[in-house]
Design a protein around this ligand. Structure first.
Ligand code: XUL
Length: 570
């Protein structure tokens, strides 16, 4: 068939994925490359290297170059005609930074199509061979330094949408400059994973994406410009050092749908792309995920993956140190609210495995006992409201709240007083199954409520990611967040890459609004084409007043329990 096609990528922590769609949003082909398996010679574990003593987590940039080449060859062998692709966009894991060398610009623009990206760009195009990863926790000193300079977490959140976080790129650049002053000096450009990827496609440095740039703690969201004070604190202390860093950063493209240019000749000659194929801003993986559906204000997406993330589209810029706000990837006047937890699936699986071992489970569904225990345990572990159980489970150091690893179990009564749970009061590991889901969901509710004003309830909750298949997870999410219109599973295993493919399509086909200097919005464009009944299914009724209020009544106690966990681990 002679149809135009659109390509979306997801360069995430453990793999790179590609999806190709047509104008009707139908999936034409998809493929992926898993780093630990397909680029095993790099020796990463779950796509990264970890230095436990230093709390560092990072990934080799050259591995991504190799993986892209493998992925494009896989797509070619699947019969995809690259010449039909009219536009490409993508998404990258957020916050990760790539440090380009002084030779990078000329290397990027003169690639030989007979050779791989990896052999031509690595190591010469980079002043540092590694990209700090979003799971990195090494920048406590830098975050404290910046927080002091700025005047506290609230001020940082007001300006940049988030307080300083270990993984955010400003603190990471500061640490990089302090640890490797020579490499910092040798750096011509600093990109995020997103515009690093766009730069490969363009054969020249791409600007930052309007949404992903908000993951740096350097961008003034309201004024849409670099915060020069912050840039200066990260760069050193002089005007000259600030200017040097501003040059290394380059600019930010304000229009998420604008073509950044045509595809580099390298891909035209090596893979047979059309010379007219246009490249659109590559955003972060979370902003791209909200583009996989026409998300309305007060709708929430919860992604149950390695990390648990909660995403909201909101017209209100109401910053807080306890969540993140980003500029919406496509729509002026909208923001993306986000919560991002490190302890997602790993924490749940540890409890599941403990339960299976304790009960010598040998069946075929590893979640059978866990789910049965969730169903058979009453709300908060007790029918008696004066003996509610609250647990906190962080096998990894957590981002929200900023807390070292550990497990804590408490009992709380109607007054919100907390006592440590005893072996007699808590049936370990049986009670932990419901308690960990409650704990993860209460934490989301506590933080998301201000973004969901006035009622504190979402309109709809959409679930995605591996854990969305588990009905027990969906049910507890519905009970605790209480969405008025229920919980829906997005029947997609590739929401993030698909969001990027949709963005590529919108970019090329969006209509200009007559007499105005603007375009048809992404959400309207998508809503016109999106076939809801084939994309989502309702998995829980959502709001049940009695249960929702019972969970609401322990939110203060839960917040105190978190404080105890934070202080006990200091
Ligand atoms: C978001 C975050 C993670 C990564 C995962 O702030 O750190 O969700 O984007 O790829």
């Amino acid at each position: 068939m002679d149809e135009d096609l659109f390509l979306g990528f997801d360069l995430s922590t453990q793999q790179i994925k590609a999806v190709v769609i047509n104008e009707e949003l139908e999936l034409v082909v998809e493929s992926n490359v898993e780093f630990d398996v397909d680029t095993a010679e790099y020796g990463t574990k779950k796509g990264v290297f970890t230095n436990v003593e230093l709390n560092e987590v990072y990934a080799p940039v050259a591995m991504w170059l190799k993986a892209l080449d493998i992925l494009l060859n896989k797509l070619k062998h699947s019969g995809l005609d690259f010449a039909k692709i009219k536009c490409i966009s993508g998404a990258g894991q957020q916050h990760g930074s790539v440090y380009w060398s002084k030779e990078a610009a000329s290397l990027l623009s003169s690639l030989n199509p007979a050779e791989t990206l990896e052999s031509q760009l690595a190591p010469a195009a980079f002043s540092h061979d590694m990209s700090p990863n979003w799971q990195d926790h090494s920048t406590t000193e830098e975050c404290d330094f910046l927080e002091n300079k700025v005047g506290g977490p609230m001020r940082a959140a007001e300006v940049t949408g988030s307080r300083f976080h270990h993984r955010f790129t400003g603190p990471q650049i500061l640490r990089f400059r302090r640890q490797h002053p020579d490499r910092y000096l040798a750096t011509a450009r600093i990109s995020l994973v997103s515009n690093f990827f766009a730069s490969l496609w363009l054969g020249t440095f791409a600007p930052f994406d309007r949404s992903d740039v908000c993951g740096m703690n350097l961008w003034d969201i309201s004024d849409e410009k670099w915060d020069e004070d912050l840039v200066k604190y990260v760069a050193g202390d002089s005007e000259a050092e600030k200017e040097e860093l501003l040059n290394k950063l380059g600019h930010v493209e304000p229009d998420g749908g604008k073509s950044l240019g045509l595809i580099s000749d390298y891909f035209v000659k090596r893979f047979g792309f059309s010379k007219d194929c246009s490249i659109v801003s590559v955003t972060g993986d979370n902003p791209s995920t909200i583009l996989a559906l026409p998300l309305r204000p007060l709708d929430v997406i919860v992604s149950f993956g390695t990390s648990t993330t909660l995403l909201i589209s909101t017209p209100v810029y109401k910053p807080s140190p306890s969540y993140h706000l980003f500029t919406h990837p496509t729509s002026k006047g909208l923001y993306m609210g986000m919560l991002c937890y490190c302890n997602g699936s790993l924490a749940r699986e540890q409890i599941r495995d403990g339960l299976n071992t304790a009960q010598n489970y040998s069946g075929s569904d590893p979640w059978e006992l866990f789910n049965a225990s969730v169903e058979n345990t009453p709300c908060l572990g007790s029918f008696d409201t004066s003996k509610s159980k609250l647990g906190i489970y962080f096998p990894l150091p957590e981002i929200i709240p900023d807390c070292k690893s550990g497990t804590w179990r408490f009992l709380t009564d109607d007054t919100g007083e907390l006592t440590d749970a005893t072996d007699a009061s808590w049936n370990i590991p049986l009670d932990d199954a419901r308690a960990i889901l409650e704990s993860q969901n209460l934490s989301m509710r506590l933080r998301a409520e201000p973004m969901l004003s006035p009622s504190g309830q979402p309109h709809r909750v959409y679930v995605v990611g591996g854990g969305s298949k588990n009905l027990s997870f969906c049910k507890l999410l519905g009970q605790i967040l209480g969405p008025a219109d229920g919980v829906y599973r997005l029947e997609l295993s590739n929401a993030c890459a698909l969001g990027s493919a949709y963005k590529a399509l919108w970019s090329l086909r969006r209509k200009k609004i007559l007499n105005e200097d603007s375009f048809e919005s992404f959400d309207d464009f998508l809503a016109d084409r999106w076939n809801e009944s084939s994309m989502i299914s309702k998995v829980d009724q959502g709001y049940q007043p009695e249960i929702w209020h019972r969970y609401g009544s322990v939110l203060n106690a839960f917040s105190k329990a978190e404080d105890l966990a934070i202080n006990s681990s200091k």
